[in-house]
Ligand binder design. Structure first.
Ligand SMILES: Cc1cc2nc3c(=O)[nH]c(=O)nc-3n(C[C@H](O)[C@H](O)[C@H](O)COP(=O)(O)OP(=O)(O)OC[C@H]3O[C@@H](n4cnc5c(N)ncnc54)[C@H](O)[C@@H]3O)c2cc1C
Length: 276
């Protein structure tokens, strides 16, 4: 259930398809005192080996969406399991502006909102109008954009609860949105190791230098332990060379944190979500 394909087995995974089921699962996890862990496509998540006994809740069956038009603006109301691929198809078809720079991110709408995913100067928070969020007690809150404190790869939803639905505000464009998207996809193909299982950026970019640059400078580009490596193509991407183990990935992260700390006095902050 994660794109880097490392980790053991989940004892239980739940697949809600309605608000009632989400509410029930939140209450159940609270009563059973088990950590509630929502999951999109796991493109920013890594699991430890062995059996993991958490309350995993997948958004796989929350894929409904609708589109409303008000003048020049379009509002896409998407459940959290709707993929960026689906949103990309919509914006290409209707030539909508606002989402184009995010189009190549392998994500669900829910996972991207929680991570405040971004690329090429746009973050999803730039186009969010409203978030429908269940708190840990199972109560639904509808939050307007200005009530939500987003920052670089951070949102308040990382702490608890469940993002059920997100309203994105886009507008019809005079630009050729299809060709902008095509250009971004080509760039991603060139720069990212998309032929290997990966979880995207391992570390957030510190203020002064990109994490990939720092990892390269401390000699970790292409560095491998067992079957996990920092990619030759993009040093901040960990890749699974086949049968990679969690302890190999963890060791690589520790080495990177230590080397960058010693040589640059910079404390790297993980972007990937590690579940142990
Ligand atoms: C090849 C590649 C390229 C990437 N490029 C980028 C990029 O350009 N920019 C970028 O920002 N990221 C990038 N990423 C990282 C990743 O795609 C994003 O963080 C994405 O938003 C994660 O979406 P997901 O649905 O897979 O979330 P998951 O990995 O499934 O979950 C991420 C976090 O969100 C939580 N979560 C998921 N859904 C919900 C929900 N409904 N309610 C509450 N919590 C939830 C999870 O518990 C977890 O903590 C890339 C990853 C890969 C593999």
């Amino acid at each position: 259930m994660c794109t880097i394909r490392i980790g053991g087995r989940a004892k239980n995974v739940y697949f809600p398809s309605s608000q009632d089921e989400i509410r029930w699962l939140l209450i159940e996890s609270l009563e059973k005192d088990k950590r509630f862990f929502p999951l999109g496509i796991g493109s920013n998540t890594v699991f430890s080996d062995g059996v993991i006994d958490l309350f995993f809740v997948s958004t796989r069956y929350l894929k409904r969406f609708n589109i409303k038009q008000k003048g020049k603006n379009y509002y896409i109301e998407a459940e959290s399991g709707v993929s960026f691929k689906t949103i990309t198809d919509i914006v290409k078809k209707l030539n909508l502006e606002g989402f184009e720079h995010l189009s190549g991110i392998p994500a669900t709408v829910g996972g991207a909102t929680v991570m405040n995913a971004g690329a090429y100067g746009t973050e999803i928070s730039d186009i969010i109008e409203e978030v429908y969020w269940f708190n840990k007690e199972g109560n639904l809150r509808i939050l307007k954009r200005d009530q939500i404190n987003f920052s670089y790869r951070k949102s308040p939803f990382q702490k608890e609860g469940f993002v059920y639905k997100v309203v994105l505000k886009l507008s019809s464009s005079k630009k050729d949105i299809k060709s902008i998207i095509k250009k971004h996809l080509e760039e991603r193909n060139k720069k990212q190791p998309l032929n290997y299982p990966t979880a995207g950026s391992t570390f957030k970019n510190p203020p002064k230098y990109p994490a990939g640059y720092l990892l390269e400078k401390v000699g970790l580009k292409g560095y491998k332990i067992g079957n996990v490596a920092f990619s030759e193509k993009h040093a901040n991407f960990l890749i699974n060379l086949g049968g990679g183990k969690f302890k190999e990935l963890k060791k690589l992260i520790e080495i990177a944190e230590r080397r960058v700390g010693e040589m640059y006095h910079i404390k790297l902050e993980k972007e990937i979500q590690i579940v142990e």
